[in-house]
Design a protein around this ligand. Structure first.
Ligand SMILES: [Fe+2]
Length: 74
């Protein structure tokens, strides 16, 4: 996705990369949490919902949609 943005000279690429990096960080933190708790606790499930599910919905509906619109208009 980042390559697609770069290839199309998307002006918000750097900000978009920051969004992706924060997602990767959240996934790594959840992995650590899962390892430390030796299984999915209630807190872990809540953290997945907040940091993964909600993030993905927002990111796709807002950030990725803007990319699609930019490329479509180009
Ligand atoms: Fe994205």
């Amino acid at each position: 996705e980042e390559k697609l943005q770069a290839d199309n000279e998307y002006p918000l690429l750097d900000a978009h990369k920051v969004q992706h990096a924060s997602f990767v960080k959240a996934v790594n933190e959840l992995k650590d949490m899962l390892d430390e708790e030796e299984g999915p606790s209630e807190a872990f499930v809540e953290a997945v919902k907040k940091n993964i599910v909600e993030w993905l919905l927002n990111h796709i509906c807002v950030w990725d949609k803007q990319v699609a619109q930019f490329i479509k208009e180009k």
